[in-house]
Design a protein around this ligand. Structure first.
Ligand code: PMP
Ligand code: GLU
Length: 396
């Protein structure tokens, strides 16, 4: 036996010292438990659509099950689904990918993690504009790389500027994570803004992970632009990420996808073949139906989200000691609570224990002076919750 030391043995890898569990999922679980105990909790927790999965999607999955489509599939997904994704990316996003550049994964969360794992070595830095979706830094750390945060400004609509990006670069920078429409700020980058960021990344040979999961949840007549469609240069360095959870209300199905330069797609295929084998077989048939079926269900959902968004906007704008930037996409409000002088954990704990309102502390998104409200919940819940939040604000 080779020499080994067993004193001070730790059962887990040292990287877990700096990894926190997901706050978005934790707060939602806490609210659910209190509801189950009979407490009257209003939850603005996880960003999970309150609509049911469309019937034709469920039917396609059931049919697949009945037909015995219950075995392993190709690691990166069934050909029908990859073809449907290829067509969607071409027709809706102006992106030409071959199916070998596409990989279907177990949720867009998994897609992001695969992409980071495929591209980053230990010691590499990944630039994450803050406020950010809570899982990005932890995925980077799990991959052994290091997150580097850039604080975006409220007055810039929480959007990263090329100057801020340039200032954040170091010899170790490997990747930039972009998320438009954004969770948690609702910011939507314009074509011009994306172009300016792409130019810096191309010049500096930085890969862009472009998480476009909220692409269709967009308001005020805004238009979504895919980063990879900005230019040929953009396509060379961008990994496009999308999924089915938000737009088709399929969170539990766990299906997302990556479209990437061939080399990166190959690495993602290897990771997937050794870790998950394939996304669930019959779920993938549901996803084909989602992409190929009636898309008007999406505009119906967007209309409903927009109505809630406008209602919340009017309520928040009447409260004195908070500030907001109007969200133009996704289904979140990031409420700036700087004037209250409470840490976001303290604020959300009080809000939950005394006012029975669950919302996610801004610290989970790298901006402690804030709290996130999701409006993927009914207008009744929103009205009731905001009455309570208003009371809380008046008392602080
Ligand atoms: N990206 C962002 C920005 C998100 O908010 C989410 C929400 N879960 C995801 C990716 C992952 O979605 P899913 O894994 O459910 O496809
Ligand atoms: N993305 C959603 C959110 O931010 C769902 C929970 C999660 O996966 O983090 O609330």
């Amino acid at each position: 036996m080779r020499e080994r030391t067993t004193s001070d043995m730790s059962l887990i890898a040292s990287k877990f010292e700096s990894i926190a569990p997901s706050q978005t999922l934790a707060i939602t679980a806490a609210a659910k438990q209190m509801q189950d105990e009979g407490q009257d909790i209003t939850s603005f927790g996880a960003g999970e659509p309150d609509f049911d999965t469309p019937q034709h999607v469920k039917d396609a999955c059931i049919e697949a099950l009945l037909e015995g489509k219950t075995k392993y599939t190709a690691a990166t997904g069934i050909p029908e689904l990859k073809e449907a994704i290829k067509e969607k990316l071409y027709l809706e996003n102006g992106l030409e990918y071959e199916t070998n550049q596409i990989s279907v994964n177990c949720g867009a969360k998994h897609s992001c993690y695969n992409a980071i794992l495929a591209c980053c070595d230990p010691e590499d830095e990944v630039i994450i504009p803050a406020p950010y979706w809570t899982s990005y830094p932890e995925m980077v750390r799990l991959a052994g790389a290091e997150p580097y945060f850039v604080e975006t400004k409220r007055e810039n609509g929480w959007k990263l500027t090329p100057e801020e990006l340039e200032g954040a670069m170091s010899g170790r920078t490997r990747m930039l994570i972009l998320n438009s429409p954004n969770n948690p700020t609702g910011a939507v980058y314009s074509e011009k803004e994306l172009k300016a960021l792409v130019e810096v990344c191309y010049e500096e040979e930085i890969i862009i992970l472009s998480d476009e999961i909220y692409e269709k949840l967009i308001y005020n007549g805004k238009k979504h632009f895919s980063t990879a469609a900005i230019s040929d240069a953009a396509r060379e360095i961008t990994i496009t990420i999308n999924g089915f959870s938000k737009v088709y209300s399929m969170t539990g199905w766990r299906l997302g996808y990556t479209a990437a330069p061939e080399e990166i797609a190959g690495a993602i295929a290897k990771i997937q073949s050794h870790t998950t084998s394939n996304p669930t077989s019959f779920a993938q048939y549901g996803a084909v139906a989602a992409l190929k079926g009636d898309q008007s269900i999406i505009s119906d959902m967007v209309e409903e989200y927009d109505m809630r968004r406008q209602y919340m906007m009017s309520r928040f704008s009447k409260i004195n000691n908070i500030e907001i930037v109007e969200p133009e996409g996704a289904f979140y409000f990031l409420v700036d609570t700087s004037k209250m002088g409470l840490s976001s954990m303290n604020l959300t704990e009080k809000l939950l224990s005394r006012y029975k309102v669950a919302a996610v502390p801004g610290i989970a998104f790298g901006y402690d002076n804030s709290v996130r409200f999701s409006y993927a919940t009914s207008l009744d819940v929103i009205k009731n919750g905001l009455d309570r939040f208003e009371e809380f604000c008046h008392a602080h």
